[in-house]
Design a protein around this ligand. Sequence first.
Ligand SMILES: [Zn+2]
Ligand SMILES: [Zn+2]
Length: 266
Amino acid sequence: MFDCHLHSNFSGDSQMSVDEACEKAISLGLKGIAFTDHLDYDYPDYEEVFMINFDQYSKFMDQTKLKYNHRLKVLKGIEVGIQPHVLADSEQVVTGYDFDFVIGSTHIIDKLDPYTGSYFAGKTKKQSDTRYLEEVLFAVENFKNYDVVGHIGYIRRYNQCDDKTLRYVDYHDLIDTILKTVIRDGKGIEVNTSGFKGILNTPIPDFDILKRYKELGGEIITLGSDAHSAEHIALNFNFVKDQLKQIGFKTVTYFEKRKPVFINIE
Ligand SMILES: [Zn+2]
Ligand SMILES: [Zn+2]
């Protein structure tokens, strides 16, 4: 198994060292991990926290790959936070390094942050869900240098109302357009298990959207914990793998040198 979404302390919001993550992954019996530290241009309020020196990062990851050779496959990834006005700058970083894996994520919508709650102010749930999905659609239509879409339904983590769902049936047109674009472009989506850390108790996206992705012909799916600390690495992967199998997925994917590698789900 591979955990394809991890944040080391290169990201300002993580305290986990690269070695700590690697050792934990080995102890869990994982075959590999992808570090996907943040590139989030123009992140409101936290600009400096999300700006990494990617020269340093890239070199350090290359050394780490060698260090863990034969024990763990270490993949050099990046999680790109996409906003309409940062496409060109983000593209430059992605093409500037030999990343194995690129997650394209929507964290900030209309320059507002769901994490701080500012995004939700003055919106109904329907409005905040819809505007979020429109921005995910914008991202997949306008930023093509990614491998998988990160955590579709991300805002569920921070939504302050009781209903934490983002269901396929409620937004089927938008979700279908997103998924069809992803599939047509030969890209994939991730199943992000960070939802199991808190009260969501489901992956992001939830199984109804994963089921729809499969129905539409989607095959490329990566598993990622989005861990910022070692205890969350590979969180609930066994459960999620069983569910994916029931939905009809035969493989999960990791990316090396930007190419998908398919692993059979046992
Ligand atoms: Zn993210
Ligand atoms: Zn992340």
